[in-house]
Structures are given as C-alpha cells and as structure tokens.
Design a protein around this ligand. Structure first.
Ligand code: 13P
Ligand code: SF4
Length: 349
C-alpha cells in the first residue's frame, strides 16, 4: 500500500509541484485537449505534474501506454499511446523505449511484460486489479477442460499471466467473435467473462461455454434503465461495451471495444450519445467532439481510478513497482497472446 502523504512530501522536495497560473498558461496547448472537462483551477494543480512526468520520461527513455479509461489529465497530458487492450498489447511489442509505464490495470502491465520481457514495466499502483482477472485461476481453466474435453480455451486478456499460460489463445473485446469463429472445434470455452461469452455466442456459429466471471462496472447497467432513457430522449444513440449483459447489448445502437466506441462516435457524430461503459471515456473525447452531447449515467472503474499523476511521477522517479512474471509462465502466456495478435493481423482487425 502506497503512503500518499509521504510520497507527496518527498516529491515536492524534488520537483516544483506548486500550482502556478503562469506554468498552466505556458502549457495551454496541452490544456486545450481537455478544457471542456477539466477546470482551469484543476489544470493549475495538474500542470506541474504533467511537466515533471514528461521531462522524466525523456530522461528514462520511457513511454506511457494508457488505456482509454484513464482520466483526461493522464490521457491527454502525459500519454504517448492510448487505446483499448488489443492496441496496447500490440504497442508493447513495438515500442523501442527502455521503460513502459502502464497506465491501466495490472493485467495490462503483465501483458506488456510478457510481450517485452527485456523492458522495465512500471505499474503506478500494484492494487489496480480487475474483477474479471480476479475471478479465475489456472485451476479454473483446468476444470473447464475436464468438463468440456477437447474444447479450446479462449481467454479474455483480462486474466492473469497464469490463466493466459493455461489457455490456447487470448482475445479482447475487439476481436473476440473472430477469434472464437477461427477455432476448429464446434464447442469453445471462453473465460472469464460470462457476458462477453454470451454476446459472442449470439454472433458466432460456435457453441460457447463459459466461466461465470463479470465486470463490476458493466454488469451494473440494466436494459430497463436504457429503455427508460431512450423513451425520455428518443434521439440518443446508445453505445455499449460487450462486457455488458446481452439484454443491455440488445438495446444498444452499437457495441464495441473501447477504441471501437471512440471510432463509432467519431464516425457517426450523433447529437446525443450515451456511452454504456466507464465514465472517463466520454470525458476523454469531449473536446474532440464538441457537437456531441454525452448523456450520463456512467459507471466508474475503481481499479482504473487508482492511477493518478502523483503515482505515475512516483514510480518514474523511484523506478518502484516493477512488474515481474515468472519466465516459464511468461513463455507459455506469450504463445496465447502472440497467437491472438497474429490472428488479428491475419484477419485484418
Ligand atoms: P477494451 O479492450 O475494450 O479496452 O476493454 C478493456 C476493459 O477492461 C474494459 O472494461
Ligand atoms: Fe476490469 Fe471492468 Fe475495470 Fe475493465 S472496467 S478493468 S473489466 S473491472
């Protein structure tokens, strides 16, 4: 557990982190990407951290790979690459930096380490987990194999390295249907997200059997709420993530990965959009799409929200929180992740 008071006081002895209107103004190009969602007073507080992190990144030859659920000051202020789980995994294979700062949750940092074992991968907060990754172990995968002999195991990347190592191939929300369809068997085991699996089954020719895990953010949405909202605002476009229940997905105008959602809103520019996913998604694209009114509600991921500018500066400064994966586990897990990346490329995804 990080001692935030101690961190704050140590950092402010080394870096000038005093809020400053002058500094905030000198960084107005960066602020312009988020000024609809971050107040000038908050920017004054964030600007010194953004400056210090961007400087330290150069000194350490580090890149920040950030998930679409990061807050706007992280997403727009210090990230070198932003995207969904698939895009972040692919970027981890390409970057030439020595250090990857993973702004997202722990399984994403593990995936980067698996793909780039020679690099230092830093996690700003080791407690940034995921309810899906925590729902299954390698023993759970073995149980499924006993129950469905001969069925290949497609595991969502939202899993630990051990679970990836015990699986035949990985998938993300951007390629799940295509990966399942590409399996040779008629029955496919999907772990650990029961709702993603059911949504895939609805679009696939395969029989999909699944593990009963769920995302604590997306399972909260209900089809009744969405119907009530649409009745009130008939012009709204409802855009959902496939970790939502099939009933919610059935109410949506579009369903896709987080990057798929961003692309859909950019391409279609609806007057009003409800993003049935994590709250930062709408905030991050608000400035790029002033013509779109984003309707609430949204749900917050408590794990993603553990990542802050202060913790990012701390790990870059101390080089603490290095993510390690046992070499034997990493070798097996890499096969599952690399198979997914190769197949996605082959399929033009
Ligand atoms: P994406 O791969 O769509 O970015 O999803 C990751 C995630 O954790 C969504 O909850
Ligand atoms: Fe995990 Fe859900 Fe948070 Fe994504 S939003 S990291 S699936 S708990």
């Amino acid at each position: 557990m990080l001692d935030l008071t101690a961190i704050r006081s140590t950092l402010s002895e080394i870096y000038d982190l005093t809020p400053s209107a002058e500094l905030a103004d000198s960084m107005k190009d960066i602020y312009a990407r988020m000024d609809r969602v971050i107040s000038p007073a908050d920017w004054m507080i964030y600007a010194p951290y953004v400056k210090a992190i961007n400087q330290l990144k150069k000194e350490r030859n580090a890149v920040v790979l950030a998930h679409n659920y990061m807050t706007p000051e992280i997403y727009h202020g210090i990230s070198d690459f932003v995207g969904d789980s698939l895009a972040l995994a692919i970027e981890a294979t390409k970057t030439e930096a020595d250090v990857i700062v993973q702004c997202g949750v722990h399984f994403m940092a593990e995936t980067s380490k698996i793909l780039s074992p020679e690099k230092t991968v830093l996690m700003p907060d080791m407690d940034a987990g995921c309810s899906l990754a925590e729902s299954i172990t390698a023993e759970g995968v073995a149980e499924m194999r006993v129950k469905y002999p001969g069925a290949p195991v497609v595991s969502y990347v939202n899993t630990t390295a051990e679970v990836k190592a015990a699986s035949d191939i990985c998938c993300t929300s951007a390629n799940a249907v295509q990966i399942v369809n590409a399996m040779e068997a008629d029955t496919v085991i999907m772990t650990p997200d029961q709702y993603l699996a059911q949504n895939v089954a609805n679009e696939s020719t395969k029989k999909v059997v699944f593990w009963p895990g769920s995302c604590i953010v997306h399972e909260l949405y209900t089809a009744e709420d969405l119907r009530a909202y649409r009745e009130h605002e008939p012009e709204v476009k409802i855009i959902a993530h496939p970790e939502c229940t099939p009933e919610v997905v059935a109410e949506a105008d579009f369903t896709g990965s987080t990057s798929g959602i961003v692309k859909w809103v950019h391409d279609n520019k609806p007057a009003k959009a409800m993003l049935v996913t994590e709250c930062s998604m709408a905030s991050n694209i608000s400035d790029e799409l002033p013509e779109v009114e984003f309707a609430k509600p949204c749900n917050m991921c408590p794990y993603m929200k553990k990542i802050t500018l202060e913790k990012i500066l701390w790990v870059l400064h101390t080089m603490e929180n290095q993510v390690e994966v046992d070499a034997e586990v990493a070798d097996k897990a890499r096969l599952s992740v690399q198979k997914m990346i190769d197949l996605s490329r082959e399929l033009g995804l």
